[in-house]
Design a protein around this ligand. Sequence first.
Ligand code: FES
Length: 290
Amino acid sequence: MSGNKDFTHLDLYTIVQKEKMDSSSTKLVIYAPDVAAKVKAGQFLIIKTHETSERFPLTFSDWNTQDGTITVLFREVGFSTIELGQLKVGEKIQALVGPLGNPSEIHNYGTVVMACGGLGVAAAYPISRALKEAGNNVITLLGAKNKDSFVLEKEIQKVSTKVMYVTDDGSKGKKGFVSDLLRELIDNKEQIDIVFVIGTPAMMMVTSEVTRPFSIKTVASLTSIMVDGMGMCGACRVTIDGQIKFACVDGPEFDSHKADFKELMQRSKCYRDEEKQAIHEGESCQCQNL
Ligand code: FES
């Protein structure tokens, strides 16, 4: 949260706060009162950093209706996110569209497990907050590479009844994966009414397989490749229960037991070579400009 400040003198989509969360993750607070006034947990936005930049989706990790800001947290892994991460406080994002997609279905389910891999926690935080406010018992499972890779820990603790950690190297919590923690909860006969899973397609696929034999309702947030975010370009196509759906307008949340994660993984990889090329060319440009 950026507090209650007066940003009304600023142009729309000006960055008012920037924070490096770890070596590759960045948090931006952006002045966007029109968006902040409407956003609900589970929705996303499309960003275009500069006039010539590509459009790409990011989930909201927070918003403040009083000062008119939205917060996004992203890993600088591809050309578009690296470009966004280069903007400084006071600079403007060229275009921003949102909120897009359907909000999460928030009800009093009973006990909810939020299973988050890596930066999935950024999208999970507002959903957990809304679920807690609706009276749920929220158990959060957080998975990361190592003890230094966790973000938003304090925020997540505030909206969770219990937080369990797992790391690839065992440096915080157990060594293993989020799916292992979920299996442990089920083995310990924890009453689980619904699971929300947010992470990479591979993480969501594996985690969803843990709940399938027990018929525990499991919802995955499918942030596939997106361009227009309005159901027209077809870039975000996913297959759910054998039917084509568009993640941007039909989702982004779907019954994960019906999602074709293998196809999603394949589609996520299809622009990898172009991405590497764009990063390489971007680096060359920066060198020439030194
Ligand atoms: S992003 Fe274009 S149809 Fe969904």
